[in-house]
Design a protein around this ligand. Structure first.
Ligand code: NAD
Length: 496
């Protein structure tokens, strides 16, 4: 049966009046739900109601706001598997991947439980005689979040729990490709006790995003998605005088040194390149084999060939389908181009089928060797289970190659040399580094710190930086005379 989703406004699902879009299961094209595209009037009303709710919410003591987060965390845990099931159906992710998606979001809610400590300001007593200066941290107002398809639980949860815990209202525009999961997150937030209107979810695409980017009452915009859209969001939001953080695409490298533990490195590489069908912004999509490790291409191909895609409840499936037929066609186009550009196609995932699911958007694990930096398969984010590899002589060559790449989301090195790891960590121009760890996504008490074309903005998502992103600092200088106090000596210091 097809579910009719609405926008989530003032604590309830409201049927929209705009055009509708179908949400499909990428394993078989079954229509799971329809969503309405929010109209301009509906967006205006949602933002206005979020503003009304926020003016009361900002006065709620921070320990009470924290209690909402504790309750929300409890409800998310109790509904963990149900949310993961919805997520699997609309994204095609394996159940394990879907559970990981939900869990990584819950960790941010746990972090938001600590909001009172994170909102502590600074104080200096006696900046002049009987004058104190202190800072207080206050919410911005109403903030907006625009999220991608590939983590429909984790990425909305990167945003609204911290924003709301800081005292803001929030309007979320989730990906139109998998909106069922974010809608369930919003319902549970309301069930946990969130005031009506403090989190609004509106659906749509470019027009709805534009309405948020240009809306007078939206103070900050948090975006996660592809590079061209991230650049557009960053520029448009900034032109409209909003604070903005825009997390974008990536080409993440793994460097394998000849002294690495070979089995560990290859199995990490295969999981990091094919896991979640390669649809992770921190997926390893380029592998640099150093020195004698250049001989390991066939071992990598053999390990990748053993991974097979399948449907979400197939426990032996390594990963699921691509999100849409268009995404699959784009990946197949890249494989064709790589072949034409002269890279060596060692493993070809184009003719991939899964029994019983002839209409799924399947792409098998694919490996290219002898890839050069000019090739489009190296320059562009493919966002599928396609790994490109090159060989170099030295660690220094590997570092130079990676530093020339425009992206800077994640990188990893596999080695048994502490010296090589230390040099790599210091010299590499990428924001998140793994040492014998393939996907170095920091837990939420740190921030998610992509660099270069993988991030546009100043303050990163989650962690302490997100608290600064969602708040203003007010600095107060105060003098209170005490008529009752005895006169104090007016001692001065004589400076030499
Ligand atoms: P996308 O850029 O197509 O869409 C992201 C959001 O932007 C969606 O909500 C979509 O409706 C909206 N959008 C799309 N086109 C738009 C336009 N022209 N104007 C305004 N809004 C528009 O991205 P996607 O395909 O959903 O997600 C995959 C991308 O996201 C990959 O590039 C991936 O690397 C990136 N990503 C990055 C991170 C990170 O942390 N850096 C995390 C997850 C995903």
């Amino acid at each position: 049966m097809t579910t009719k989703l609405g926008n989530f406004v003032n604590g309830a699902t409201v049927a929209g009046t705009g055009d509708t879009l179908e949400v499909t299961n990428p394993a078989n094209q079954e229509v799971l739900a329809t969503i309405p595209y929010a109209t301009a009037a509906e967006i205006d009303a949602a933002v206005a109601a979020a503003g009304d709710a926020q003016r009361e919410w900002r006065e709620v003591p921070t320990p009470e706001r924290a209690r909402l987060m504790f309750k929300y965390q409890e409800l998310l845990k109790a509904n963990h598997d149900d949310i993961a099931r919805i997520l699997s159906l609309e994204t095609g992710k394996t159940f394990d991947d879907a559970k990981g998606d939900v869990w990584r979001g819950i960790e941010v809610v746990e972090h938001a439980c600590n909001v009172s400590s994170m909102l502590m300001g600074e104080t200096v007593e006696n900046v002049a005689r009987r004058i104190d200066t202190y800072s207080v941290i206050q919410p911005l107002g109403v903030c907006a979040g625009i999220t991608p398809f590939n983590f429909p639980a984790m990425i909305p949860l990167w945003m609204f729990p911290l924003a709301v815990a800081c005292g803001n209202g929030f309007v979320l525009k989730p990906s139109e490709q998998d909106p069922m999961t974010p809608m369930r997150l919003a319902e549970l937030f309301s069930e946990a006790g969130a005031p009506d209107g403090i989190l609004q979810v509106i659906h749509g695409g470019k027009d709805q995003v534009d309405a948020l980017l240009t809306h007078r009452d939206i103070k900050a915009v948090s975006f996660v998605g592809s590079v061209p859209v991230a650049k557009y969001i960053y520029q448009t939001a900034a032109q409209n005088l909003k604070r903005v953080q825009a997390l974008a695409g990536a080409k993440n490298h793994m460097v394998i040194m000849p002294d690495a533990n070979k089995d560990q490195a290859i199995s990490s590489l295969v999981g990091a390149s094919c896991g979640a069908a390669g649809q992770r912004c921190m997926a390893i999509s380029a592998c640099i084999l150093v020195g004698e490790a250049r001989e390991w291409v066939d071992d990598i191909a053999e390990a990748m060939a053993a991974v097979r895609p399948g449907v979400w409840d197939d426990e032996d499936a390594g990963y699921g389908p691509q999100i849409t037929q268009a995404a699959k066609d784009r990946i197949v186009g890249f494989i064709e181009r790589g072949d034409e550009e002269g890279a060596r196609l060692v493993l070809d995932g184009r003719d991939c089928t899964v029994d019983g699911y002839p209409d799924g958007n399947w792409v098998g694990p694919t490996l290219f060797a002898d890839v050069t930096p000019e090739m489009s398969i190296y320059r562009e984010e493919i966002f599928g289970p396609v790994l490109v590899s090159s060989g170099v002589e030295t660690l220094s060559d590997a570092i130079d190659l990676i530093n020339q790449n425009p992206y800077g989301n994640g990188v990893s090195i596999f080695t048994s040399s502490g010296g090589a790891a230390r040099t790599f960590q210091h010299e590499i121009e990428v924001g998140q580094v793994g040492i014998n760890v393939p996907i170095p996504v920091p837990l939420p008490f740190f921030s998610f710190t992509g660099w270069k074309d993988s991030f546009f903005g100043d303050l990163h998502t989650y962690g302490k930086q997100a608290v600064r992103f969602y708040t203003e600092t007010k600095t107060v200088t105060a003098r209170w005379l005490d008529e009752m106090a005895p006169a104090t000596a007016n001692m001065t210091i004589r400076l030499q």
